[in-house]
Structure formats: C-alpha cells, structure tokens
Design a protein around this ligand. Sequence first.
Ligand code: BT5
Length: 341
Amino acid sequence: MKDLFSQSPDGGTQTLDQQILALFRAKPGGVVSGEELSGVLQVSRTAVWKHIKGLKALGYRIEAVPSQGYRLVAAPDLLIPEEIAAALVTRRIGRRVISFRETDSTNEVAFRLAEEGAEEGTVVVAEAQRRGKGRLGRRWESPTGVNLYCSVILRPPLLPVKAPQLTFLSAVAVARAITATTPLHPFIKWPNDLLINGRKVAGLLNEMSSETEKVNFIILGIGVNINMRRDQFPADLRHPATSLFLEGGEEVSRLAFARALLEALDALYDAYLVDGYGPVRKEWLALSNVLGKRVRVTFQESETVGVAEGIDEDGALLLQLADGRVERVLAGDVTILQAKG
Ligand code: BT5
C-alpha cells in the first residue's frame, strides 16, 4: 500500500493519506466529516476509515467526533513532504521534497534525480540511511527517526573550482538553523563539520557533477544529529560526537529544524546568487573555531601545521607556516593544536 513515504520520486500525484492530511490542514483544529472526506477523495467511507487508522498507526492523533467526523489533534515529528511544506516559506529550496522511511544514502538518491533532470531546490530526506556517507568513503551513522539526513539539489551558474563556496554556505545554514531552534552556540570546523562544545553535531558532504567550465549540479548533503541518544553513537568515532538533545537537554522538533534549515539555505542561496560569496564568507569566518589557532591539517599521507588565517575564494584554508609563508590547504582533517600566543 502506498503511504506517506512512498511518494514517487518524479513527483506524481498525492497519495490518499496526503490528501486527507491536506483536508485537515485546510481547517486547522476543525472537524472534517467522513462524508466530506469520501466525497472529495472519491472513495468509500470504509476506505476513509482505513486510511485514518493507518495515519494513527504512524503517530497522528486523530479524534473521532461523534456524528460529525474527524479532527486532527496532533501530528508526529515525521519528515514527510506535507509536514515539511506545512509552514515552509522559501523561494526555491524545498518546493519539492521527497522523503523515504529508509534509503541507502539521500545523496545518492538526489544525485540520480539530478542526473534525470530534477529541478533546483529539490530536497531528499530520509528517516534512516542504510549506508550514510561521510567523506573519503567514511560512514555516517544514520539511526532511524532521531536525526536529519537531507540532500539538496542546486544548479548554480558556477565554475567547478568555486563549488566549495557552497559547502561553506551549507555550514552557515546549519549554524543558523541550530541558533533558530535551540539556545546552543555552534561553531564551524573547516571544512565541513559543525561543533557544539567541541563535539561534532553535524557533517556536510557536497558532491558535484561538472564539466571543465561549468557545474551541472551540486548535491548539498547535510546530516544533523538532533535527538540522537548517547547509546546510539558507536564507540569508535574519529572525533567526539554529540546531538542537539545531548547538548541542550531537550528534544528538538526535527520538522521545525528541517524547516529552519531549508529556509536558511534558501535565504543564503538567494543572497549568494545576487551578492556573491562575500557575505557567506564573512558569516562563516565569524562562526569558525580555527581562526587564529595553530592547527594541523592531515590529508592522506601529508600534514601541514600552521596558524589558520582565513579561507579564500576557492574554499582553501590559509595557514601561516612557521617560516612566515602562507600555504593554501584545499582538503584534509583539522586538529587544533593550541591557541596562538
Ligand atoms: C562528514 O564526513 O561529516 C559528512 C557527513 C554527511 C552526512 C550526510 S547525511 C545526508 C547525506 N547523505 C549521505 O549519505 N551523507 C550526507 P566526515 O567528515 O568524513 O566524517 C565522517 C566521520 O564522522 C566518520 O568516520 C565517523 O568517525 C564520524 N561519524 C559518523 N557518523 C557520525 C554521526 N552521526 N555524528 C558524528 N560523527 C559521526
């Protein structure tokens, strides 16, 4: 049976469940009669009742109001298109959302959709990932129902070397969403981690399809640990990790977070297309935890030690070496050695 997660990736028509929820939402807090539901949806009253039962099983609290109909009392914190779209104010990003109960990797789904021509702003989310991806073939832990795993398709008019600018844009968007939904203070660790109190709360994996002179599309892959519990982290992570719940002591609505994130991405991307990279870079630098610190950057077999001075147009980290030269580091993992001076 089709359900709220089984929306066809090519958009397609709304499922019955989706239509029922849309009718409830059209009358906030109000009663929708069984007659109205079966009339608008063109199905029997028994079919309506079956679907209401299915929605209840998903966590929707739907009351039967005797001889009047049904009332939606509360919706679960599920990352499904209707719920994300319910109060979303964006121009491009999230106009189309595709959600999965489980998938291998939202980045892979988004990549395939983009290859098939999906429009800019299409968002793929999942409640769980079987093979969530980190950088360099690493794994991203993606337990069910507690976090956000999301991939956004962008088609910026950009030279491929400038693509890292969008990694910074997505880092700033995640920081804004954290600030909007919690009292916590996030920091960005170059190039793609978000930290709270020194522990990793989110990671970014941007993937690109390009030609020499032109980006075809970029997938912004964003994983945020929202309500993940201590015992859901494996013991062998590379860096200390955390979740918004563990840091703030309170559960955070994943839906509210997803909306805040898509709105932040939308606003930043809009501004980026008009004003360029400058404002993103400025906000990124203000959120960075490495500026002015002595760091070691390791990449495969090589390592560079220096004081982090900033980031450049191409996303490189600028490190001042012991001999005073400034080196551009394009990729790697950063360890903070000590504060300067
Ligand atoms: C990242 O890689 O931080 C990028 C993570 C991107 C995940 C998103 S989820 C939606 C989208 N779809 C995908 O398939 N991926 C993206 P990296 O910097 O390489 O960090 C990976 C390392 O972080 C792992 O080797 C672990 O040590 C650690 N790690 C794994 N899962 C974690 C988690 N949930 N929270 C914190 N650290 C984690």
